[in-house]
Design a protein around this ligand. Structure first.
Ligand SMILES: [Zn+2]
Length: 308
């Protein structure tokens, strides 16, 4: 065992029996024999501890291209629409808030309806969030003492796939929810068209992603804690599929990821591309219906009487 590697049980059912599933360079991905969850094992210590996001990784979230795309009006439009549909007001906590773009948009658009707070391990992006007027708490979320503060909604946008023990984060979220409070989860869909077409070539099969959820395994993770109010699929990026197909699994640098995000965001906003966007939306809708879109989203409700 390498000193910087950490072996772990299944992040969903905790069983320690898994079979090899796929390998990409030094990344070993296994499948739980009991529940079918697919996860990285071993995982690099810097991702397990969060040190990567506190140090080296934080620069990615501050790249000009990344910030520009995260703070673009279209970036969180799907998440905002979903959020607004289920949570019209109240105290909101965004776990893994990075540079604070989701909360910034929530505040900017519906200011007086919400009291927002973000949390992350990543220092410099949190400084940026604060500059944008987003209140933050720094450090390891499960360890933080929130006193008697409770929330109407807690969001995990693209966070659970990065965590060695996502159940620990969900337990903490549950303890902080008001009765009938909501949790919003978005994770990459391991049954997406991109994953099926590209396999290990897909850029999102990489060391930062410790967990690879399907609708079934995500349900197994959340159902002991919450009632699933809504389960859907969203997003589709044909440019990523095209690029990764041609790249044949070559490692994509953070700079390249940010550049592509910037490019995709520009396409989403350019006026002359409205007909292309219509075709794109239809494709996204069709793929979502077939269970093949890029991300899984779930809205979860704390069970009556279990909140504080
Ligand atoms: Zn399992």
């Amino acid at each position: 065992m390498k000193p910087d590697s950490i072996y772990r049980g299944c992040p969903v059912c905790r069983r320690e029996s898994a079979r090899p599933y796929l390998q990409k360079g030094g990344l070993h991905i296994v499948q739980c024999r009991r529940c079918g969850m697919v996860f990285a094992n071993p995982a690099s210590a810097e991702y397990v501890s969060g040190a990567y996001y506190a140090e080296a990784g934080s620069s990615y979230y501050l790249l000009e291209a990344k910030l520009e795309s995260d703070y673009a009006d279209v970036r969180f439009e799907r998440e905002l629409r979903l959020f607004r549909r289920f949570a019209q007001c109240g105290a909101v906590l965004d776990v893994g808030c990075s540079s604070g773009a989701f909360l910034y948009q929530l505040q900017r658009r519906f200011g007086s309806d919400y009291q927002v707070l973000g949390t992350d391990v990543s220092g410099p992006p949190l400084d940026f969030a604060e500059k944008k007027g987003v209140a933050v708490i720094r450090g390891d979320f499960p360890e933080h003492d929130f006193g008697d503060r409770r929330f109407d909604a807690i969001t995990f946008w693209a966070v659970l796939e990065h965590l060695a023990d996502p159940g620990r984060f969900l337990d903490k979220a549950k303890s902080l929810l008001k009765a009938e409070g909501l949790v919003f989860v978005l994770v990459p869909n391991f049954r997406s068209l991109a994953t099926r077409l590209l396999g290990v070539r897909y850029r999102y099969i990489y060391p930062q992603h410790l967990n690879y959820f399907t609708r079934e395994t995500l349900s197994h993770l959340v159902e002991p804690r919450f009632t699933v109010v809504k389960c859907a699929q969203t997003h589709f990026n044909p440019i990523v599929i095209w690029q990764d197909w041609r790249n044949r699994g070559r490692t994509i640098s953070n700079q390249e990821r940010a550049k592509l995000l910037q490019k995709t965001t520009a396409y989403k906003q350019r006026k002359g591309l409205a007909p292309v966007r219509l075709v794109y939306r239809l494709a996204e809708k069709g793929l979502s219906g077939l269970g093949l879109a890029d991300n899984l989203v779930m809205v979860l409700r704390n069970r009556r009487g279990e909140g504080r």
